[in-house]
Design a protein. Structure first.
Length: 157
């Protein structure tokens, strides 16, 4: 050993850090999706209070719950990781604008809470952009199952 210690060489390799980061990012979506299934009436009431009239509320609620659970699972196991990160990033844009529109709230406590939730989503979006750029890392199904096959070509003289 050289006696030096970097942030990724002590205790964890960068592959472990990528894996733990994916778990941390996915957890918020997994919990959100599961809670929608556990408390559909409360979720539907909240969606109705935000004026969700584009789709029938039960359809929107169950679709978003399935979306969150499925993509969080894919993010955790590292399968279709970049696509999952991109879809979750895009999903958070309307979610943040519609459900955490702190700029339209006059009550200080509620405005503060919604502002916090909005900026938390922006931070999560930053993490998703990082996953989109860096990929899943070595501890992932993408790394072990989806390697690109090199095609060897032979030339004849």
């Amino acid at each position: 050993m050289s006696g030096t210690c970097s942030a990724t060489s002590c205790c964890f390799g960068s592959s472990c850090l990528f894996f733990l980061g994916r778990i941390a990012l996915a957890t918020i979506f997994l919990i959100s999706g599961v809670m929608k299934f556990m408390y559909p009436e409360a979720t539907e009431a909240y969606m109705a209070s935000k004026g969700m009239a584009m789709l029938p509320i039960p359809l929107a609620m169950y679709s978003s719950a399935v979306f969150e659970v499925l993509l969080s699972f894919l993010l955790i196991v590292g399968y279709w990781t970049r696509i999952s990160a991109l879809l979750l990033f895009l999903y958070l844009i309307p979610v943040s604008v519609i459900f955490h529109n702190f700029w339209d709230i006059s009550d200080v406590a509620d405005r503060t809470l919604q502002s916090y939730l909005f900026w938390k989503n922006v931070a999560v979006m930053g993490g998703l952009l990082y996953v989109l750029g860096a990929g899943a890392g070595k501890i992932s199904l993408d790394a072990c199952c989806c390697k690109k096959v090199k095609v060897e070509t032979t030339t004849t003289a």
